[in-house]
Design a protein. Sequence first.
Length: 165
Amino acid sequence: MAWHEVAQRGYKRIGAALMQETLPSIVDALRLGASLVAQRELRFLKKSVPIPIHFSNDRKVYLQWVEDYRPDAIIGRNHLLYQWLVESGYKVPGDIAFANLIAEQGKSLAGASVMVDKIGGAAVDHLIAELIVNHWGIPATRQTVELEPHWIDGMTMPDLSFAKG
């Protein structure tokens, strides 16, 4: 969803800085897979920016990737990546636009909201449904509750499509 939102705003060299969790998780694989599919679907983008697999929390590696590939927009996993850009002298927006995959309403960062305020309620609803049908204990098959994110506009990701008319 974030890739399509960023592309619709007129960005052509979109980079994904996904930063692997300290302990690799299924979410890392889902983010990477979704990004690779989005890159393939958005063929009109200029030369694609490689998606680094092993970022961890390494500022130096991240900033070298930005310098090497010069994305016009970055989809990042948290606000730390935005801070590193600003602290390194990049103008956001201006030099690079930034979308956060954990954006919050009322903040300046644009991006996808994971609706933290609704996750707890959805988990409780799921638990109640399991109890109603008399399912107790740890399920034999992993179950997940997924909430569709929604886009939050912010000053870090201006819409370039209007300027192009």
